[in-house]
Design a protein. Structure first.
Length: 658
């Protein structure tokens, strides 16, 4: 059965997106919408169906394939049961499937099925959650929304909650304590309007009771303070697996409050908030606060596990205890995730949780958190944890690298290849147009990239490059020092300017980047990897190419020194020596092709064939070949390798390292 072809589904998708577009109504992956319609079974018989959002699908971007169809008459038969645990419910829903999709039906499928109306919506609106998270939630809901809206005490979603909500089917809507709002209607437009109307009424009620709180006028943290703080935090959080950090200045609305810690103590507003933000966020003011704050949060998570572990499902293991949210006065909110997207989602969800808690405190004086046992049950609830299950085979997913010379040639190919393996790549080059093209290619493929126009020979530019990278992703795992320039001419014919240019770009720029990156890696404290793109000429120089060959030899020696000096802090340094990469490269412009062709006594148009033929394998070297070697050097597959030179030249015997 094709869900998209069913009557009313297009309307359902539109309503879902309208709700998802308002982040004060639902968080990423949260909320549920459904429609009751009809469709054929496997024998072609028309049967009543429930079409509902699949678990974990984001309403903001939902398409028809994000919904599942189930036979409604089968679902309604479950109302005759007196009890049904989560495992039984999961198996039961599987037997009720009308489509052949692989997505799991929403945890709240039975709740939607048991309500008689054709259109049902469930949102976790900030304003509604604020009504239910105060000290007397039932009285507050009655006062704000009237007696036509039912109130249901907190109960974890499942069969029992579905039956309890169904008992209020004659009401205008139901407010679920610590869980949001359920509305229903016979048309999609009325269902959407009812949700918006009730949320608006809740907002107006809260606004009338809000106490104006004077904000502290805190100065913004200095850039160097922010960088040190981020590096320290990422280093501590990445000790058991790398994390990407996301900084959101809008978090200052809470972080700069004098009661920021009290806001955090209010806990998650709903289960969907807790799923991604976890139970133990932290408040830090300086880099020196990070270690004790993280240690305290992890200790609290372990103690919670010890208190309630006996009630966890059999075979359950303790979740990752690292905090994923930090508030920093003068900076805002920092969120951690496996990649940039995940960290941004955590930040978005945390923003909603903190907004609800702050509103409750300002409107009612105090917030009432979920019971510790309820929080634990949600943290370790298999049906919710399944939303987070994801398997990735991309070996650089949590890593951050800088690539210089990224606008074209080897640098561009390396950048695209690293991003395809999940890396977050800061792209550096003087060529802003080429840089933008590389960035666009990576973004179009779903990768993470940051373009920073950089003159690699200038200390200030290098400093800004590293700082911007740390600000974007919280830290750094290494760099590919690739930028280079071809300088031609015999030694006696070279001018001092030509000689100096070659050294500045082909040697000194690598030193400047290395010096700045090493300082960041040392502060972060979790090691790293540096890869230097040198050249076959470092070991096998060419006539009339001395300035380039000498500078590249110095680059190799720089890498070896780095390997010696930085090995004790876990930083590796390796060299990749390519030869004659023509594809997409600008190195051969400005007469180099013609000059090298003359040196080898071949026609310029035949130069590529000449280089390929002179190699032992008789093959041309591509940028993608170099990228494979670089990715290997940056990954954990080469974790025991440093001070090495990898040749990617098809086999040039005179350039064998020795």
């Amino acid at each position: 059965m094709n869900v998209e072809s069913l009557a009313g589904v297009a309307e359902l998708v539109g309503r879902s997106r309208a709700l998802g577009d308002d982040n004060t109504l639902v968080v990423h992956g949260g909320g549920n919408t459904s429609i009751k319609t009809v469709g054929p079974d496997h024998l072609g018989r028309q049967r009543p169906l429930l079409v509902i959002k699949a678990s974990g699908v984001d309403l903001r971007t939902a398409e028809a394939d994000g919904f599942v169809a189930l036979f409604l008459d089968d679902l309604l038969a479950a109302r005759e049961h007196r009890a049904m645990d989560d495992d039984d419910m999961t198996r039961f829903l599987a037997h009720c499937r009308a489509d052949l999709g692989t997505r799991r039906p929403s945890i709240e499928t039975l709740l939607h099925a048991f309500l008689p109306s054709a259109h049902v919506d469930h949102v976790h609106a900030d304003a509604i959650c604020a009504l239910t998270n105060g000290l007397d939630p039932e009285a507050t809901v009655r006062s704000a929304l009237g007696r036509d809206v039912a109130f249901v005490r907190y109960r974890r979603p499942g069969f029992d909650l579905a039956k309890e909500v169904a008992a209020h089917g004659g009401a205008e809507a139901v407010v679920l304590e610590h869980h949001g709002l359920v509305t229903w209607a016979e048309t999609s437009d009325v269902a959407l309007a009812r949700t918006r109307d009730l949320v608006l009424r809740a907002r107006l009620y809260l606004e009338q009771r809000m106490q104006k709180r004077p904000m502290r006028e805190l100065p913004s943290l200095e850039p160097y303070e922010v960088e040190r703080l981020l590096l320290t935090l990422r280093g501590r959080l990445s000790a058991d697996g790398r994390r990407i950090l996301h900084v959101d200045a809008s978090g200052r609305a809470v972080s700069d409050r004098d009661d920021a810690a009290v806001v955090l103590e209010a806990g998650p507003a709903t289960a969907d908030h807790l799923l991604r933000t976890r139970a133990f966020p932290i408040v830090v003011r300086t880099a020196d606060d990070i270690l004790p704050a993280v240690d305290s949060a992890e200790r609290a998570a372990r103690e919670q596990w010890e208190r309630h572990r006996d009630s966890a499902p059999a075979g359950t293991r303790m979740r990752d205890v690292r905090p994923v949210v930090a508030l920093v006065p003068g900076l805002g909110r920092i969120a951690a995730g496996a990649d940039e997207k995940a960290a941004r989602v955590v930040s978005e969800v945390a923003a909603r949780t903190h907004a609800v808690a702050a509103t409750v405190i300002d409107a009612f004086g105090a917030a009432r958190a979920l019971d510790d046992k309820d929080v634990f049950d949600l943290e370790y609830w298999p049906l919710e944890l399944a939303k987070l299950a994801a398997n990735s085979e991309r070996d650089l997913e949590t890593r951050v690298f800088i690539v210089t010379g990224a606008a074209s040639g080897i640098g561009r190919d390396v950048s695209v290849a690293l991003a395809a393996r999940g890396a977050h790549v800061a792209l550096a080059d003087l060529d802003a147009v080429g840089l933008a093209r590389t960035e666009a290619v990576i973004h179009a493929a779903g990768g993470a990239a940051l373009a920073v126009r950089t003159d690699v020979t200038k200390t200030d530019d290098i400093d800004r490059l590293v700082h911007d990278t740390v600000m974007r992703w919280g830290g750094l795992d290494g760099a590919v020092s690739n930028a280079g320039v071809a300088v031609m001419g015999r030694i006696e014919a070279l001018s001092l300017d030509e000689w100096s240019k070659s050294l500045a770009v082909n040697t000194t720029s690598h030193f400047l980047l290395t010096k700045r990156v090493l300082a960041a890696l040392r502060a972060q404290g979790i090691g790293g990897s540096l890869v230097y793109i040198a050249s076959k000429n470092a070991f096998s120089p060419g006539e009339a190419f001395g300035a380039y060959s000498i500078a590249k030899a110095a680059e190799v020696q720089l890498a070896r020194i780095v390997a010696i000096e930085a090995g004790r802090v876990g930083v590796r340094a390796n060299v990749v020596n390519p030869d004659a990469v023509f594809e997409g490269s600008r190195l051969w412009e400005g007469g180099l092709r013609e000059e090298r062709a003359a040196a080898h006594h071949v026609d310029p148009g035949e130069l590529e064939k000449f280089y390929a033929a002179r190699s032992l394998l008789g093959v041309a070297v591509r940028g993608s070949d170099v990228a494979e070697a670089v990715a290997f050097c940056l990954s954990d597959r080469s974790s025991r390798m440093t001070g090495c030179v990898l040749t990617v030249d098809g086999g040039v015997a005179s350039a064998f390292p020795r």
